[in-house]
Design a protein around this ligand. Sequence first.
Ligand code: NAD
Length: 285
Amino acid sequence: MTSPTEQSTAVSTAPPIAVPKLLYGQKALVTGANSGIGKGVAIALGQAGADVVVNYVDGEDAANAVVEEIKKSGALAYAQQADVSSEDQVAAMFTRMVKEFGTIDILVSNAGLQRDSAIHEMTLEEWNKVLSVNLTGQFLCARAAVGEFLRRGVVPSISSAAGKIICMSSVHQEIPWGGHANYATSKGGIKLMMESMAQELAPKRIRVNAIAPGAIRTPINTTAWDTKEAYDALMTLVPYGRIGEPEDIARAAVWLASDQSDYVVGTTLFVDGGMTLYPGFATGG
Ligand code: NAD
């Protein structure tokens, strides 16, 4: 028999598990959602019950196709053109979202790009472009989302948290990447921005986390997988022996956005088939 004290400490404070539509009633914004990982995440959030804003910078037709795909699952969705590195455009995107959907519960800051160059040949424009989209863009979107999370607070019937932010990082927040110093710097910056925001905002019941994808089959890295030679070379870096698909990241994003991960705060979830396990040391070193 348990004592009263043991009984009281045995009561779970975790949210209930396993509802069919984990994100039902929640409002999500996914940046860079008309291609690759963002597209997969936006569709998966819709399938999990969230209404979704599909942000894009160019490629309106592709954005509208994602919207139609989300609507098939019964969720609301619309496409929103905005450059995430523009303060004004980000502000306008959030203003419209609050007007149309009432609020925001989930931000997936996914938009990103590469402008690769050897360091001695890298132009200031290449450097600034990558930092402004990949890092400053995440800051601008997070700032706007947090403002709305704080205004609204926790709505217990919707989620245990006042809001969730998922920063799309990369294994290159850990692994240095010659020839891509601007990109690796942006992802390293995301790591500490995410952790600092998570530390600052957890007392407000806002959960900030990141996903670090490994090699995922999207347009950003076509040359790394579109020939047999390239694919085989890539696989020497992936212990699990296959390339990742956008759905691999999408499933992780649904979980991180849901109350199933309610006690996960300030964590980077590596979804990389083991790429960060230093595969070269499996037989050497
Ligand atoms: P992608 O090129 O298919 O998608 C990038 C998206 O970002 C596109 O929708 C693009 O239009 C959008 N975008 C670019 N600039 C923008 C801007 N200024 N404003 C708004 N949107 C903008 O590539 P992806 O692989 O799907 O990349 C998505 C994210 O995942 C990026 O942050 C990338 O760094 C990260 N990532 C990808 C991989 C991979 O292997 N594919 C690995 C690690 C991290």
